[in-house]
Design a protein around this ligand. Structure first.
Ligand SMILES: Nc1nc2c(c(=O)[nH]1)N[C@H]1C(S)=C(S)[C@@H](COP(=O)(O)O)O[C@H]1N2
Ligand SMILES: [Mo]
Length: 253
């Protein structure tokens, strides 16, 4: 266990019950998926203002190490991991692999990514279960630039992502992946992305619900078609547009 990770010793907790989505209750498959997630320990930290405060408060009150104060986003973000822990890879060991239907398969270090033209976006971060973190700054490289670096072959139609947690998967169509607001992110809130939040490098898909933003990004594979990701196999929409998917149609978003 990495003792520098204050979230490490926290025990897995139940995922909060699904909020019925206005006009359409959460489908049975989604609900069952959430039960499964709870058992697997999807949520292992939470903001102190909700019913899960028991997770963080014992650390805050009894944490003689003071490590809890290193959690910069405690109170804003929740920390999700379907494997129930936060995998760790150092900045120097980190590699991003680009494989599949590309002309030049590539392995990029964090320094390689940081040497590429960067982009910064400030957007609300929204989980499909209802919590939202307003105005989060993200910095990284446009996914489109990473794809061009490897040279996408004409037969590719989709981009598949895997995580070095060994379990999480996601995907986008090639058109979605080429949007300006989709990035391979290495900074969040203008700091390096912490291990809990998917660092050193995670995907950030601004126009979609949080589950698209694969943490601990390991491999980007160009493929002929989309493969439903971890949560999508549990019933969530493959096209996860905020406000326009998973039973929502919110003209304000
Ligand atoms: N590898 C991995 N990526 C993941 C998840 C996960 O459990 N594992 N959870 C997803 C979900 S449902 C959300 S809402 C966000 C949460 O990001 P955070 O843990 O940084 O708050 O990460 C997404 N990416
Ligand atoms: Mo989420």
């Amino acid at each position: 266990m990495d003792t520098a990770d204050p979230a490490g010793p926290v025990q897995p907790a139940q995922v909060p019950p699904a909020q019925p989505i206005e006009g359409k209750p959460v489908g049975r498959r989604v609900f069952l998926g959430m039960l499964g997630a709870g058992a697997a320990g999807i949520l292992w930290g939470a903001k102190a203002s909700d019913g899960l405060s028991k997770i963080l408060r014992p650390l805050t009150e009894h944490d003689s190490t003071g490590l809890t104060s290193l959690l910069p986003t405690a109170g804003r973000f929740r920390f999700y991991s379907v494997v129930g822990f936060s995998p760790h890879r150092s900045n120097t060991d980190y590699r991003l692999n680009i494989t599949g239907l590309v002309d030049r398969p590539a392995t990029l270090s964090l320094a390689d990514l940081q040497a590429m033209p960067s982009t910064r976006l400030v957007k609300d971060f929204q989980c499909v279960t209802g919590w939202r973190v307003p105005q989060v700054p993200w910095t990284g490289v446009r996914l489109a630039d990473v794809l061009d670096h490897a040279g996408v072959q004409p037969s590719a139609r989709a981009v598949l992502f895997t995580s070095f947690d060994g379990s999480y998967t996601e995907s986008l169509t090639l058109d979605q992946a080429r949007r300006d607001d989709v990035m391979v992110a290495y900074a969040m809130e203008d700091h390096p992305i912490s291990a809990a939040h998917g660092g050193p490098v995670r995907l950030y898909v601004a126009p979609m619900y949080g589950y698209k933003s694969c943490k601990w990004l390991d491999t980007i594979q160009l493929a002929p078609k989309v493969v439903p990701g971890y949560w999508e196999q549990g019933g969530y929409d493959v096209d996860a547009w905020i406000g326009k998917s998973n039973g929502r149609s919110d003209p304000a978003v």
